[in-house]
Design a protein around this ligand. Structure first.
Ligand code: HSE
Length: 307
């Protein structure tokens, strides 16, 4: 058994617009790099190799709480030393906390001889999401660990369905403002009208059918959210304009990535996805907010042990 490993833990897009807390997909870019060492005593040491100044106290660190839960399951006979090089900015809406949590869980499992199932890894990693957002949700964690697109049919008990991945291109813009997931959840309405629920159910079913049938147009038109987006989009400058203009540029559809502020759009062709990126940049240059963009594809592997 090796006692150290390195993993790449990918960004993820939760919700896929209409599927709040139940749908998510993994991306090829960006990804975090994590190095984990197995220790023969029960302690967790965390070191940051980036400039995000995340807490190194394991109880307050997303990856730390995941490692603590694994250490406890192992009867406190082992410990871990973690070096984090995050490239997914916290508060970006592209699964920064999930990448830390899932990466830690997969790396630890690798060092322990892969004794835990994927479902168990999702359970461990959800402890990290609980710390980050106050609620256990698996729509980033599951695709981050399993790769591709996940449907979380239920959390209690955990019931995850992997969905066929279409050959689509993903353009993401990450405006450099921070929206805390916990805040973006607090502001949501707690009641939903039957009319809105029916519309949302239609869209979720349409999206899943579109993915299974590899029907890009059905995927695109099902990416409509009448419940969450109207509330959260207010926090994202230029959201409506960006969505309209990127669709005019040929994007199939898209919307807020996770709890925002990142926005993603899907395209059939790479050239279209690059054109969509230009339109996104124009919108944000005009607003005058710094941003990062990515043109990428759906990552079918999830967290990868690279050394
Ligand atoms: N489903 C979660 C939310 C994802 O939208 O609050 C957070 O990244």
């Amino acid at each position: 058994m090796t006692n150290s490993c390195k993993v790449h833990s990918p960004a993820t897009i939760a919700n896929l617009v209409c599927g709040f807390d139940i749908l998510g997909m993994a991306l090829h870019e960006p990804f975090d790099i994590m190095e984990l060492v197995l220790l023969d005593e029960p302690k967790i040491i965390i070191r940051n190799k980036d400039n995000f100044n995340l807490p190194t106290d394991p109880e307050k660190n997303v990856a730390g709480v995941v490692l603590l839960s694994i250490m406890e399951r192992m009867g406190n006979r082992i410990g871990f030393e973690l070096e984090m090089e995050k490239h997914i900015k916290p508060g970006s809406g592209i699964g920064s906390s999930a990448a830390s949590a899932a990466g830690a869980a997969v790396a630890a499992n690798h060092l322990l001889g892969n004794i835990f199932s994927d479902h168990e890894l999702v359970q461990f990693a959800m402890n990290g999401e609980k710390l980050a957002s106050g609620v256990k949700h698996a729509d980033n964690i599951s695709p981050c660990i399993l790769g591709g697109i996940s449907l979380i049919r239920s959390i209690h008990p955990l019931d995850i369905v992997s969905i066929t991945v279409p050959d689509l291109f993903v353009t993401v813009i990450h405006p450099q403002i921070e929206i805390k997931t916990s805040y973006a959840r607090q502001i949501l309405r707690q009641q939903v009208s039957l009319k809105d629920a029916i519309r949302q159910w239609g869209n979720i079913a349409g999206l899943v059918a579109g993915l299974l049938q590899n029907d890009p147009d059905l995927i695109g038109r099902s990416m409509e959210d009448v419940i969450i987006e109207p509330v959260r989009s207010i926090l994202i400058p230029g959201f409506d304009e960006l969505k309209i203009k990127t669709k005019e540029a040929g994007a199939l559809g898209g919307g807020i990535s996770g709890s925002g502020p990142s926005i993603f759009m899907l395209s059939k062709e790479k050239q279209t996805a690059i054109g969509v990126e230009s339109v996104m940049k124009e919108v944000y240059d005009k607003i005058g907010i710094d941003y990062r963009t990515y043109v990428t594809t759906i990552n079918k592997k999830g967290v990868e042990v690279i050394a």
